[in-house]
Design a binder for this molecule. Structure first.
Ligand code: BES
Ligand code: ZN
Ligand code: ZN
Length: 496
């Protein structure tokens, strides 16, 4: 749906829209609800009582108000927010998503909603969460639908947010747009979104938003010495690309931060082939890259004081006569040699070179996102990303940004003893610890940490990057996970 948000200083009943949304907390009206109810001679409370409307979260009740044209809203929509005690910004964010879906389902093209203010948080936070939720909840992926209800691409909705903070709504719109951009990249099928196409889109975005951009083709990648990255890419007819974007602030930067995203546009597993079922979601293997590019989009608009560099080693992990095999030895950009024991542990090979490069270009700290291991999904489930840090302070900084942004991450240990398992008798390292599957998310993180001495945070987003079912903030498919955390980390918009 094409959703336009407008913030207004006025109360709900002062804004001329055909539908007015007011909240019900723990069975009681919000202040805005009371106002509207009084104005309509208790029509709302009577209806609420008669129909036993309790206001559980997400429960809604549409009430005709019988106003004449131009005299205020023709309908009220009571929106249940659940109990007041358990409310958090996440409640408001989810309410925003649920709300726009319900308004669209009812067929309204314009509506006004209250901002669900409460004494638990400020107007700025509530406005931000509601706007963000609405814009994420309004996302649909129907580019390739030619028939059916899902093909209703042009659906438009204008939503007024009464008594909202204008700047907060604008910031939320920038961030949500970036999340939805990342979702689009993940959802794009892998025959369309090849490494070259991903690079093309990154450069188009850079041009549009005034970012510096440099793209390397397969020859430049090889010549630069990125042998680990190139090894993964060499089996595909779709050649790899190394994507670099830079955002420079107007004044001298306070810090230089690098973001690295895993960019496997498709992961078959290579000769260590994935079973067909496991391949079904593998177009999501560039979700780290999507998050980094999405974040760059928001950064270019929010213009923080830090310099931000984004790096993506984009490739496709395929099988062919030129593909890399088990037992191959690759020489990484760092000079370290790696014996390949499993061609499906390809992400860490591409990331090793991207991390080395980011470090050498002068990043002070690196944050890297990747759909890296199934083991991380086993450990934390599909909703939570694993956070690994070689530096406690940088780790905390990223974790706190994720908390403020409302994305779920949880720290996992970088147990040094497990590094033994990655020593190879042939080369400096091997890319997996052989037949053992234990601690797979940790060994993957330890492998990456071998390629920089700088503060490094690795977020394993294999769980939350992609979902096969619709969720509270969007439909099935790419979730855009990580964009909100990265933007918050670099621009502190939600910090006090
Ligand atoms: N892209 C996968 C990880 C993945 C799994 C992402 C599930 C999203 C959902 C990665 O390249 C991979 O295959 N990892 C292997 C590593 C193993 C061979 C050490 C895995 O997790 O099985
Ligand atoms: Zn793999
Ligand atoms: Zn992969």
């Amino acid at each position: 749906m094409e959703l336009t948000l407008k913030s207004a200083r006025r109360y709900v009943d002062e804004i001329p829209a055909p539908l007015a949304v007011v909240g019900v907390w723990g069975g009681e009206f919000s202040e805005e609800g009371h106002k509207l109810d009084a104005r309509h001679r208790k029509a709302l409370s009577k209806m609420m009582e008669e129909l036993h409307f309790k206001g559980d979260f997400g429960e809604t009740l549409l009430i005709p108000l019988g106003s004449r044209k131009g005299e205020g809203p023709g309908f009220a929509l009571l929106f249940g927010l659940g109990k007041k005690r358990g409310v958090s910004l996440e409640t408001v964010r989810k309410a925003g998503a649920r709300l726009v879906q319900e308004i669209a389902r009812l067929g309204f093209k314009e509506a006004v909603s209250e901002t669900f203010l409460s004494d638990k948080f400020g107007k700025k936070e509530a406005s931000y969460a509601l706007a963000e939720g609405a814009l994420l909840g309004g996302y649909a992926w129907n580019k390739y639908k030619t028939t059916g209800p899902a093909s209703k691409r042009g659906e438009k909705l204008r939503l007024w947010l009464a008594r909202a903070s204008g700047p907060a709504v604008e910031q939320a719109a920038i961030v949500a747009e970036a999340v939805n951009y990342a979702r689009d990249l993940v959802n794009e099928p892998p025959n369309v979104l090849t490494p070259a196409e991903l690079a093309q889109r990154a450069s188009a975005m850079a041009q549009e938003l005034g970012l510096e951009v440099e793209i390397w083709d397969e020859n430049q990648i090889k010549q630069a010495g990125m042998g680990a990255f190139y090894g993964v890419a060499q089996g595909s007819a779709n050649p790899p690309r190394f994507i670099q974007l830079t955002y420079k602030p107007q004044n001298p930067a306070s810090r230089v931060i690098a973001m690295v995203g895993k960019g496997l546009t498709f992961d078959t597993g290579g000769y260590s082939l994935k079973p067909s079922e496991a391949q079904i979601t593998m177009k999501c293997d560039m979700a780290g890259a999507a998050a980094v590019l999405g974040a760059m989009r928001a950064i270019a608009r929010l213009k923080p004081e830090v310099e931000v560099r984004a790096y993506v080693a984009a490739a496709e992990n395929m099988i062919s006569g030129t593909a890399y095999r088990v037992s191959d030895v690759l020489t990484s950009l760092s000079g370290k040699t790696i014996e390949v024991l499993n061609t499906d542990a390809e992400g860490r090979l591409t990331l090793a070179d991207a991390i080395t490069y980011a470090d050498r270009q002068g990043a002070e700290a690196i944050v890297e996102l990747s759909t890296l291991t199934g083991a991380c999904v086993v450990a934390l489930g599909e909703k939570i990303a694993g956070l690994f840090a070689n530096d406690a302070r940088w780790g905390r900084e990223v974790q706190e940004a994720a908390e403020r942004a409302g994305e779920k991450v949880w720290p996992l240990p970088m147990e040094e003893e497990y590094l033994e398992a990655l020593k190879s008798s042939t080369a400096d390292l091997k890319n997996t610890h052989g037949r053992s599957r234990s601690g797979g998310a940790i060994t993957a993180a330890l492998f990456l940490a071998e390629f920089t001495e700088k503060p490094l945070v690795h977020l394993d987003i294999a769980g939350p990057a992609f979902t096969e079912k619709a969720h509270a903030l969007g439909p099935a498919g790419g979730t855009g996970f990580g964009v909100r955390t990265l933007v918050e980390l670099l621009s502190d918009i939600l910090a006090d």
